[in-house]
Write a protein that binds this ligand. Structure first.
Ligand code: PEP
Length: 240
């Protein structure tokens, strides 16, 4: 199971101290071989964080990347080569908070191609808005995001899919179990060889409900991942 922490635009150098609790927990966790934790902090913390996790099986990723592989005159941007150099092994691409600021499926596709070529593993986010859900367009939207996002991507083995309904992110609302089960099954049929995660308001209370979705390969966790106790609780409860 994957437990991916998305810190969004939160955290400074002092926030890294909170990870001591997570490291201590993992060292003593009997099921540690069954899980993969990936922290995606703001880029400013990638290097320090990857040093912190040097002796433990926790990986670090970025929350976005530039679509160009090489260095270039793109003020304010960071490419995969730089992220890798800082210690990232993964990159989140297509997060709805980035899509909302104008990122198109075509740009997402370019970023995925570049990330794979650069040797980063991709956490590719897909999900429908509340309006699309109400119009029963979920499958259509997901199919389009996947078709365009993965267009001409030959090597898909290093791509993890995160199904994140936009209406669930940061709202405290999660999909009904049967609805989620059906959507994950739909994605599994489309992408037979990829891990499929769920993301959107995962917390230490609703994890008991979410873990009943037997076909999930893990979770992408935003808000709750910033508190080590809550993050550890989610992992523990997944296995109780
Ligand atoms: C996310 O940012 O990917 C996310 C799932 O956020 P939250 O858990 O806060 O809803």
């Amino acid at each position: 199971m994957y437990f991916i922490a998305n810190w969004k635009m939160f955290g400074g150098v002092n926030s890294l101290n909170s990870l001591d609790k997570v490291i201590k927990f993992i060292k003593s966790f009997k099921k540690k071989k069954l899980i993969q934790i990936i922290y995606c902090p703001p880029n400013t913390l990638i290097n320090l964080m990857s040093r912190k996790f040097r002796n433990i099986n926790i990986n670090v990723g970025s929350q976005n990347c530039h679509e160009q592989k090489d260095y270039g005159p793109y003020t304010g941007s960071v490419n995969c080569r730089m992220l890798k150099n800082a210690g990232a092994k993964y990159v989140i691409i297509g997060h709805s908070e980035v899509r909302q600021s104008g990122e198109s499926n075509d740009l997402i596709n370019k970023k995925i191609q570049t990330a794979i070529k650069s040797g980063l593993k991709v956490i590719f986010c897909v999900g429908e808005t509340i309006q699309q859900k109400r119009k029963k367009l979920t499958k259509k939207v997901l199919s389009k995001q996947i078709k365009l996002g993965l267009n001409n991507v030959k090597n898909k083995k290093n791509i993890i899919i995160a199904y994140e309904p936009v209406w669930s992110i940061g709202t405290g609302i999660i999909p009904k179990p049967l609805e989620l089960l059906k959507t994950i099954n739909f994605l599994k049929k489309k992408l037979k060889y990829n891990k499929i995660l769920y993301g959107g308001s995962v917390n230490s209370k609703n994890i008991n409900q979410l873990k009943s979705i037997y076909n999930l390969d893990g979770y992408l966790i935003g808000g709750a991942s910033q508190d080590p106790k809550k993050f550890i609780d989610i992992i523990k409860k997944t296995y109780i």
